[in-house]
Design a protein around this ligand. Structure first.
Ligand code: GPK
Length: 832
């Protein structure tokens, strides 16, 4: 049926009333010609609705841009290679306060808003925590009215889709742009040249100029980001790579040389083709470095353009003013090239001397570290860097030289440390640029993402720099947006919170949640709380049935671990625990089984395509599930489910329905974790180690409301030594669980290499680097305490309430407010 059959189209952008909104949706269905006019199924309804909502966003975006332009405040630019935006429709209408009006409008076409919102594809331009953090930060920046923008890349294919087949995980190209994204606005007037390769020319007066090579164009796409209950909407500006008509060789084409005629066009397409191209090959490494430079160069050219645009007299200088108008935050080391690129633009294009350019750069850029895992600290081959970015390599060499000279002349005592602190590692076998060191040397501030992690940075990873720059190092404990992660994803619980707090202000002032503490024993609240949880559990169970075909019991304890699959996150310990539980259930009498707390263990997450052990873990969870779930003796008491294709919108279903969630990394290895905050906020109790933000969550919710186990961060090094020296005596339960898998109880797949990784340094053993063996007994004991606690319904609900009540600190509004005040020096600039 055509949209026009139901509602007369009306071009009324930013309409507020349901009937006017319906007219506008109808208008978009017919005059934004993406589909033929007669079709108006749920999919077409989604696109037309989104375009109608976009009208609201655009109006705000324009007003905000103009307001920032006139007020000329200091502005933050968040540079990130990743954003995990997920779906946008529910969030947009929710933040704009027009959910009800859009729901009513869609009813006129016979549609439910929720179902239409479910049509949207996730924008998955990120891998995991770091990317989702960037997206939560954008929401908070807009909500706090901060002059701030995000910059990223417009990947054609975002994070792969995961399919579970007989052999385990399969990766399929993701398709968020297969039709189109209704949220992005292409800016044909925002285009910058980006050079690769070439060489440096030196003019007679000594000036250096990078020239030659190949030049592509960066084209801007803006995704408007609305704040919650504010007129401000900021921008996520995503760059796409383009070649021009001039780059197209018509002569070659007419000569039948089709591929070489469009060579530059195809190179441009490669740049933003995929998020995180495999970098096992030299080509892959080069492409990844190109992506990073592309983001940094386009963003900085744009930032400088805007700096000049806002005041006419800046066209010819005033560079000392730059750091009072611009803050650049580098989200991990991926955008480190912002440092040499800003230096290059200031010196080679704007004509500043080294000292002045260095001063401006240093006062402008700051760096967030998200991991201490050595393999994740980026190091780029000097040869590759010199070939792709010859001028930047010169600048990096000069930064390195000046840093060494500074230390030698001012800090004799540090001389022995210089080699490891330098930006360049000139090891003749493999000379590299150490990106983290470059960030520390060049940035004005370095921050970790949770107290424990920031302390490890100061005491270990960056300890040597601390004595040179004691004030450079800070902590900014991560946070999550309470809009997406409670208000919109869990409407049942949100309503209860609003009702008992007698206000919905908690949505933007999350500390108000502490007001729930005084009702933690109230039976009426308990009843409402339990009913909301059950509703969410049923929704979750339906999702599980839809995507796996497995029926799970909403009255069992829902136990969830969802995150990227990584050995340090120890999904393997979780599944060994489930295997141990299964074995004990099998051994029990039927009468004893009836006393057991029924449990549904759910694990979800993607393994990096070439990470073999992570993929084996995915396979193991699936294999264990296939046996356990079909075992009629025990499947009333235990189910094990692998949730395929974990992403933001799946998390929005899983987290509200969770009762226990596992955050069980080896202490000291998870920088923060952010899903732990989302679970706790939704009244889910955590079983976890003293790692990352778990430490602070436990402090906030109270230690009685957190199931703690495992070694502490400061024990880990000693325990690894013990293990190496044969001093570790494994618990029989650990041996039993491994042996059960080795016996073939879960099929014929060879899990030997995976299980051997948990053995000592003998034979194939990798020494159990992640200390699963050491922590396993205390993990099993903690799980037994969970079972007992769950039997006492009152006690459990109280724990659940106290988790929500203690989550106020973990709002990304708090985190961003701290960044704004303590790192960026920016303040709110609300559109009047
Ligand atoms: C850290 F280094 C990285 C990375 O490349 N990707 C990523 O998602 C995560 N992270 C940490 O592992 C989490 O502990 C942390 O909460 C998250 O970044 C955000 O800080």
């Amino acid at each position: 049926m055509s949209a026009a059959d139901k509602v007369k189209p009306a071009a009324s952008p930013a309409a507020q009333e349901p009937s006017a909104i319906a007219g506008n949706i109808s208008y978009h269905a017919q005059y934004s010609p993406h589909f033929s006019p007669l079709a108006f199924g749920p999919e077409q309804a989604f696109y037309a609705t989104a375009e109608s909502v976009r009208d609201h966003l655009l109006q705000r975006w324009n007003d905000t841009y103009l307001h920032f332009h006139k007020t000329d405040p200091k502005q933050t630019y968040y540079l990130s290679m990743e954003y995990l935006q997920g779906r946008a429709l529910t969030n947009a209408v929710g933040n704009l306060g027009i959910t009800g009006a859009y729901a009513d409008a869609l009813k006129k076409f016979g549609y439910e808003l929720e179902a239409i919102a479910g049509q949207e594809r996730d924008a998955a331009l990120g891998n995991g925590g770091l990317g989702r953090l960037a997206s939560c930060f954008l929401d908070s920046m807009a909500t706090l009215n901060l002059p701030s923008w995000g910059y990223g890349l417009r990947y054609r294919y975002g994070l792969f889709k995961q399919r579970i087949a007989q052999e385990g995980q399969e990766e399929i190209a993701e398709d968020w742009l297969d039709k189109f994204s209704p949220w992005e606005i292409v800016r044909h007037d925002v285009v910058y040249p980006i050079r690769f390769f070439g060489h440096v020319e030196i003019s007679p007066d000594g000036k250096r100029k990078w020239t030659g090579g190949e030049v592509l164009s960066a084209l801007a796409y803006d995704v408007p980001i609305p704040g919650y209950k504010t007129k401000n909407a900021i921008s996520l500006r995503l760059w796409d790579a383009k070649a021009t008509a001039e780059d197209f060789n018509l002569f070659q084409f007419n000569d039948g040389q089709y591929e070489s005629a469009a060579q530059l066009h195809s190179r441009a397409q490669q740049i933003c083709a995929v998020l995180y191209p495999g970098d096992a090959t030299e080509e892959g490494k080069l492409l990844r470095l190109k992506q990073q430079y592309f983001l940094c160069s386009a963003s900085l050219q744009d930032i400088i353009f805007r700096f000049k645009e806002r005041k006419a007299d800046r066209v010819s200088g005033k560079w000392s003013e730059f750091p009072s108008k611009v803050a650049v935050q580098m989200n991990d080391t991926h955008p480190t090239l912002a440092i040499p690129e800003l230096m290059r633009l200031l010196m080679d294009v704007e004509g500043l001397g080294w000292d002045e350019a260095w001063d401006v750069t240093n006062k402008t850029v700051a760096y967030t570290n998200h991991t201490v895992l050595p393999e994740a600290l980026e190091k780029w081959s000097q040869a590759v860097m010199r070939k792709l970015l010859p001028r930047h390599m010169e600048i990096i060499e000069e930064i390195d030289k000046r840093f060494r000279e500074m230390v030698i002349s001012t800090r004799k005592d540090m001389e022995g440390k210089i080699e490891s602190m330098r930006v360049l590692d000139n090891n003749p076998e493999k000379p590299v640029v150490r990106m983290a060191n470059l960030c520390v040397v060049a940035g004005h501030t370095v921050n970790g993402v949770a107290e424990l992690h920031s302390n490890i940075l100061k005491e270990e990873l960056f300890a040597d720099y601390l004595s040179i720059w004691p004030k450079k190092f800070q902590n900014k404990t991560n946070g999550i947006t309470p809009r997406r992660w409670l208000r919109f994803c869990n409407p049942e619980l949100s309503e209860i919170v609003t009702k008992w707090l007698k206000t919905d202000q908690w949505t933007s002032n999350l500390d108000l949640l502490t007001g729930l503490r005084k009702f933690a024993d109230d039976e009426k609240l308990h009843a409402e709380w339990a009913a909301a949880k059950l509703a969410s559990k049923k929704r979750l169970a339906k999702h599980v049935l839809d995507v796996t075909g497995v029926t799970i019991d909403p009255n069992s304890l829902f136990d969830i671990q969802i995150k990227r699959i990584h050995e340090y996150k120890r999904q393997l310990m979780n599944i060994l625990g489930a295997v141990y539980r299964y074995k004990k259930l099998k051994e029990m009498s039927a009468a004893d089984r009836q006393k057991v707390t029924p449990r549904t263990v759910m694990v979800g997450g993607k393994a990096f395509a070439t990470y073999t052990n992570a993929k084996r873990i995915v396979k193991l969870v699936n294999d264990v599930g296939a046996v356990v779930n079909n075992d009629a003796d025990v499947n009333k008491y235990l189910k094990v489910v692998f949730i395929p294709n974990y992403n933001v919108s799946v998390a929005e279903v899983l987290i509200p329905g969770s009762e226990l969630s596992q955050h069980i990394s080896t202490a000291g290895m998870e920088a923060s974790g952010t899903s732990n905050m989302k679970f706790s906020l939704n009244g889910c109790v955590i079983i976890g180690t003293l790692d990352g933000a778990n430490v602070e969550i436990r402090e906030e919710v109270g230690q009685d409301n957190f199931f703690l186990f495992g070694a502490k961060a400061d024990q880990v090094a000693g325990l690894r030594k013990d293990r190496e020296n044969g001093l570790f005596k494994p618990d029989p339960r650990f041996e039993e669980a491994k042996q059960f898998i080795r016996s073939g109880a879960f099929g014929t797949y060879d899990y030997t290499p995976l299980l051997d990784s948990l053995e000592g340094n003998t034979g194939f053993g990798r020494g159990d680097y992640f200390l699963v063996g050491y922590d396993f007994p205390s993990y099993i004991d903690a799980q037994a305490r969970v079972d007992e606690a769950y039997k006492d319904k009152k006690k459990w609900i109280k724990m659940s309430i106290l988790n929500t009540a203690g989550s106020g600190k973990f709002s990304s509004d708090r985190t961003i407010d701290q960044y704004a005040k303590e790192i960026w020096g920016i303040s709110a600039c609300p559109v009047p």
